[in-house]
Structures are given as C-alpha cells and as structure tokens.
Design a protein around this ligand. Structure first.
Ligand SMILES: Cc1ncc(COP(=O)(O)O)c(C=O)c1O
Length: 382
C-alpha cells in the first residue's frame, strides 16, 4: 500500500508541487522556436529578482556541482590564487573543484557546525594580496550553517577580489542580494528551495565577473558563461536546454512570485524556528548552537548517545518520513531535517510528531507531544 509513500524531509531533492509536475508535462517544443524564447524570457525576468541581480542568470543543464564547476572554470585559470572558505563537506567539494582547475589553493577551514568569520578572511587577504578569488558556501548543507555572505562580501570587495557563492541549498530560502552585497557569481540548483526535480544549475553572473571572464576567456565550451550571457540576450541558450525542466521552473518561479519572495523567506525562517524549538524541547542538541548562523533551509540535530542512522531507519520504515543522515565525519552522529521549497508549517508538525514517535520506539526518554507543543507555540506566536 505505502511502497511509494515518502514524506521527503531531506535537504534536497525536495517535494515537487503538483502545479510544477503538470507544467513539466507540456508538449515538447523546439528550443530554437519563438515559444521557447518567450519561455526563457519569462524565466529570466523572474530569476533576476531572486538572485538580486540585473545581470544574466545562466540556465544550465546540470546539477549544482555543474554550476560550481562552471563558475570556477570561467573565473579561475591555472596558477590563480584562490581562497576556499570551508565550513563542511560542500566547502571541501568547492575547494576540490578549484584544485582540479589548477588553482593555487588556500583553505580557511572551520569546525563543522560553526560559521566562517569575515575578519579571518580579511586577515588572510591582507597577508596574501595575490589571492583574488574567494569561494564561500552560503548554506553549508552538511552542517546546517548559514554563512554571513553579506559581511564576507564586504571584506572581499575591500581587497578588490571576486566572491563566488555556492547558494545551492540557500537561494530563495535565505536572503541573498547579489548586486547590493557585491557578490560576483552565485550558483544554485533546481532540487532545493526551487522545488523542482534535479537537473538544472543556475548561475547568476555579476557585471564585474562577466568583464573579468571576457578579459580572460574560459577554456570550457559547455560552461562558457560569456556564451550563455550573449545567447540570453538573444533569448536562447547555447545548447539544447532541458525544455521540460524550464517549463517547471517557470511555474515554480510564478508560485514564488505569487507568494512574494519576502514571505517565502519568512516561511523558511518560521519552519526553522519551529524545528529548532521542537528539537530543544525533545532534549536533542542542535549542531548549530548559535541561532544567528542556523540555516532557514536545513536543521542538523546531534545524537550524542544513540545511532542517528538506526533512528532514521525507524522513521522511514514505520512512519514513511525521510530525513538525511550526517556526511563524512558526522556520519551516524547527526540527522538533517530539510525544510525548504514546497513545505509548510503543517508539514513540519507531521515531521516533528514522527520524530517523537521514532525516538519513543527507540526507547529514548521523550515526553510525547513536547516537541509538537514547542513548535506550535512558535507557530501561533508568529
Ligand atoms: C551547498 C551544496 N552545494 C553543492 C551541492 C551539490 O549539488 P548537486 O548534488 O546538485 O550537484 C549541494 C547538494 O546537496 C549542496 O547542498
């Protein structure tokens, strides 16, 4: 009966709204047609405000990692000094991409669960003035930390360097104003807060970054952002786009526009606060202790005296609720609850109730209803 039932509370892929699923069943059209040009223009007009940019947003067939690879392949040439600010697994991956591109790589690594500090970046750039590209993960999905991109961008600009932000699991869910904050390239993916299936990478291209890339053409053809930018002005894409996903994207963007971006972001913050209050009431330690750095899209919960993966199995098998496990050194030690995209307060109450029951079934000393009560109190006060 329930073989396909999954309540997907992982930090991506996230549930896809039925409106988006329907939009993706649109009859196939030629990608060099007026219909596709109109679709792309509509998407582009809606994407720019989400990125907070007047520049182009490249719509690329690929996943988030492809978008990160695109950003680096365009901005970084072999031998360039690059600083990777890493606060977890995805920061490490970002660094790996830069290293493979031949960068002279420097890393500023933080303990997992803590956030990057702008003054450290300032100090580093003062000591290494030749380093001109800085890589930062906005929401570090492996730890649930939301880094302060606005403050980091301020420092990076003071050193006349370029800032590339991995916003794969933050964009739409968390505030990010590319132009106003002086962020040069921003990357996101479709399967997170945009509530689409995986398969699209979106790269916001700031004016300064574009000028720099034009000065030093990229050696990649598929990911050539100058080409994407030029073709967008002609209302087309360089290569065959994933047409069905672009139809889905248009629908998802229309839904975000109808709700209003500020309301969408307030909803994400509410879901975060409900989840954090519930976990505290259940006596479960939060990995991100400081609320200031807690991501609005994913909450990470430590399980110091029980196996997080055994708990997740009960949650999935008995209650059909799927949460994610820890990555790398946090494997078995935490679970991660995704609350981004097509998710509302009632969804979180269901998830929290299921978490309480799974804990009870494991023999944990929980007071049934304590998490729900705390979450409801946050909700009714909002
Ligand atoms: C912060 C962050 N960066 C990059 C990625 C990689 O994206 P993808 O798996 O779509 O390549 C993810 C995916 O979870 C992510 O959360």
């Amino acid at each position: 009966m329930f073989s396909e039932k999954t309540v997907l509370r992982i930090p991506g892929p996230t549930p896809v709204p039925p409106e988006v699923t329907r939009a993706m069943t649109h009859t196939m059209i030629g990608h060099r047609s007026a219909d596709f040009s109109n679709l792309l223009s509509s998407v582009e007009n809606k994407l720019r405000p989400l990125f907070g940019t007047r520049g182009s947003v490249a719509v690329i067939a690929g996943t988030g990692t492809g978008g990160l690879e695109a950003a680096i392949a365009n901005l970084v040439h072999p031998g360039d000094g690059v600083l990777s600010v890493t606060t977890g697994n995805f920061g490490d991956r970002f660094a790996d991409i830069a290293k493979r591109a031949g960068a002279e790589l420097h890393t500023l690594a933080y303990e997992w669960g803590t956030a990057a500090q702008p003054q450290d970046i300032d100090q580093f750039l003062t000591a290494h003035p030749h380093v001109k590209v800085i890589l930062v993960t906005h929401c570090e999905t492996s730890t649930g930390v939301l880094n302060d991109v606005e403050a980091i961008a301020k420092v990076v600009r003071q050193h006349d360097a370029y800032l590339v932000v991995d916003a794969v699991s933050s964009l739409v869910g968390a505030k990010l104003l590319m132009d106003e904050w002086n962020v040069d390239l921003v990357v996101t993916g479709s399967q997170k807060a945009l509530a689409l299936p995986p398969g699209l990478a979106l790269v916001g291209i700031g004016d300064r970054a574009l000028a720099r890339i034009k000065e030093r053409p990229a050696r990649t053809l598929y990911f050539d952002l100058v080409r994407y930018d030029k073709d967008l002005n002609d209302r087309t894409t360089p290569w065959t786009p994933p047409v069905s996903l672009v139809y889905g994207l248009e629908q998802s963007l229309a839904m975000i526009e109808a709700e209003g971006l500020e309301n969408v972001q307030a909803r994400h913050l509410l879901l975060r606060d409900m989840t954090r209050a519930a976990m505290r009431a259940l006596g479960l330690p939060l990995l991100v202790v400081d609320d200031k750095y807690a991501s609005p899209t994913v909450t990470t919960v430590s399980t110091p005296d029980f196996d997080a993966d055994a708990f997740r199995k009960i949650l999935k098998n008995d209650l059909h609720v799927s949460v994610a496990g820890g990555q790398k050194k946090l494997s078995g030690k935490i679970f991660r609850v995704g609350h981004m995209g097509y998710v509302d307060a009632a969804d979180m109450l269901q998830c929290i109730a299921a978490i309480e029951i799974a804990l009870y079934k494991m023999g944990r000393p929980v007071t049934l209803g304590a998490g729900i009560k705390a979450a409801e109190e946050v909700l009714v006060r909002a």
